[in-house]
Design a protein around this ligand. Structure first.
Ligand SMILES: [Zn+2]
Ligand SMILES: [Zn+2]
Length: 287
């Protein structure tokens, strides 16, 4: 119990505004319907105002801040007091050269009851990449690898990447025209072809958004053991698995921390009870 409320006061909203204009609701609505939540699409919401993947409108702030701004706008537009917003970030893998990694964030905001839940999913095999070309033939291997035309493309002139000539390209004739246009506008006479990262153009993203959606509905369906508020789940990972030789904390993960979004209670669960780290990871034994 917090703020003088009892467990029975906490009822999840039945209608939740979905801050998207890129078809993400197709990946999410079934799992939310299964827990009794209808996702409501605002009739006029330009989520591109919060940033695009194509550099023409950079995102300001963190992923979480961008998702919050989208959720606020969706609530304003629909007059609802709850919203769901999704935000993706794609880039080079932090530790493995030449590989890409994606992060998909889903944010559930209940403004009436004053809580939010963030769920994140890492995709280590995203459809993400780019390739220079002066003709479609130059990009054959790239196109095969990313699964064109089911995966859409963006084309920009090399040297002017923040001014794409076309987005959402899903046919060879459209790609030919876009490459020709971009080559003509490029100071170096080359086109930059890249994966369109908008969800409805990126089948892999839709799969991962569906997965993070199921993480969210599972969490919304899990009440806190202490105050019964919905949203109990993993809130972070703690590092410091002890070295097997000297016991010193290493950089390896040790605990998953589960918590409540309302009363703040937390529980630590060892990832593998009794596990210890190889001294290779120890700052003392292997400095
Ligand atoms: Zn050690
Ligand atoms: Zn609680």
């Amino acid at each position: 119990m917090t703020n003088g409320r009892s467990a029975s006061d906490f009822v999840l909203p039945r209608r939740v505004a979905m801050a998207t204009m890129h078809g993400k609701e197709r990946a999410l609505s079934a799992s939310f319907a299964a827990i009794g939540i209808d996702l409501v699409l605002p009739s006029a919401l330009d989520t591109d105002q919060f940033g695009t993947f194509t550099r023409d409108r950079p995102r300001s702030g963190t992923m979480l801040e961008a998702a919050r701004a989208k959720a606020q706008a969706a609530m304003q537009e629909t007059g609802l007091q709850a919203a769901l917003a999704s935000e993706g970030a794609y880039g080079p893998h932090p530790t493995i050269p030449l590989l890409a990694v994606g992060r998909e964030l889903l944010l559930f905001v209940d403004a009436a009851q004053g809580f939010e839940i963030a769920e994140m999913r890492i995709d280590e095999q995203p459809t993400f990449g780019h390739c220079p070309a002066v003709s479609v033939g130059d990009a054959d291997a790239f196109l095969g690898r990313i699964g064109f035309p089911e995966q859409g493309l963006v084309v920009a002139p090399v040297g002017r990447l923040n001014a794409p000539v076309a987005k959402g390209i899903c046919s060879v004739p459209d790609l030919e025209i876009a490459i020709e246009t971009a080559v003509g506008l490029s100071p170096t006479g080359r086109a930059h072809i890249e994966t369109d990262m908008r969800a409805f153009m990126n089948p892999r993203r839709m799969v991962v958004i569906g997965e993070v959606g199921r993480q969210m509905t599972a969490r919304l369906s899990t009440p806190c053991t202490y105050c019964r508020h919905p949203g109990w789940g993993k809130v972070r990972t703690e590092y410091g698995l002890p070295c097997s030789l000297c016991g010193c904390p290493t950089s390896l993960p040790r605990h998953d921390v589960f918590g409540c979004v309302s009363c703040g209670v937390e529980e630590r669960h060892a990832q593998s009870p009794g596990a210890v780290a190889d001294p290779t990871y120890c700052p003392l034994c292997n400095p």
